[in-house]
Write a protein that binds this ligand. Sequence first.
Ligand code: SF4
Ligand code: SF4
Length: 396
Amino acid sequence: MLPSAAMEQVDLVPNMFLNMWIDSWKILVYNINTTNIPLTILVVLKLRNGEIHMTKVFFKSINSYNDTETISKAAAELLDKIVKTENISLEKYVPLKVHFGEKGNKTFISSKNYRGIIDYLKTNNIKSAFIETNVLYRGERTTRASHIKLAQDHGFNELPIVIADGDHGEEYELVKINKSHFMQCKIAKEIANQNQMIVLSHFKGHGLAGFGGAIKQLAMGCASRGGKLDQHANSIPKISYLKCKSCNACVNNCPENAIILSSKAKIIKDKCIGCASCIAICPHNAISLNWFGFLFGSFNERLAEYAYAAQKGKNNIYITFALNITRACDCEGHSMKPFVDDLGIFASTNPVAIDKACLDVLDKRKGGKVFSRGRHTLEYAEKIGLGSIKYELIEI
Ligand code: SF4
Ligand code: SF4
């Protein structure tokens, strides 16, 4: 890799079409965006046999989400392992990027599982906070004040709570990335200004993204409200007239009151923010992605680009809890049942590799692809330089 300082100064952009392997030669082509002169440089690296460095993903198997003490200890052990093995220097202040769980949700990762990590940071004289952003839809997590109250009600009391994008999502920095969908991204100010975070993710399904893990935690989780809207554009679902049984569940659940019921349910396009919550809530499977809009809008690619912006210039650590694995995400304000057994906890410095490892371990356990949608996110994330899809799984 080129030195990160150089990348910051001249904004080196890996050219995804030209980077390639030829035998053991790695050809890296970078576009250099300076203010006046567009340049392209070529870097050729020769790697000896066996010298290809794969990202390490550490894994600790956990059998039950109810065993909080084991989970908390295992998470701290993984943090210590990755800090030492990858020679990571921790900043004096390292916030924990978390998800507090929507009101009514019971399967988000509760803060007591983070106690081992919090103690580890305290022992090493590192200050921390729970850091999160406001959501797009109307609810308890829409504004800073009600968001903090909900977090405290959900037991996040061990550290200060920072809502990174202000009272209503108005505080953000434009992070320049120069990618296909976005030239710059609206990243919550308090997150954009950090050098390092420990990104704590819950691996589970997601109506729109297919699955959620570290990339989604970076992309949606670190964007301001406007940034979330950028990613959701063109993502309005559709309702099957034939399948709809007029039960009203989607109408009651929609956070934007964007669904009305006459003889059948109907989405008001001008009000819909594309959160996909209704897809998960419909008991008759009548609501689905509008595939045309979804593919045309390249939601997964936009997600990857926002994740790229959220981690740009940071020396992050990613710890993912593949426990309480539900079909939909923690923004669902109702209780859900996990649909597969708990896997354990993963840790890495690479958000792409850790997501891929979660998917692979789950698939291996179940003997087939469990979350079949959304995998393009990983391929695209690798192409734009967010991280590598290849990894070495190290069980501890
Ligand atoms: S939840 Fe499904 S079945 Fe019920 S009204 Fe909405 S679309 Fe129709
Ligand atoms: S995606 Fe569904 S739940 Fe979300 S705002 Fe649109 S209609 Fe409402």
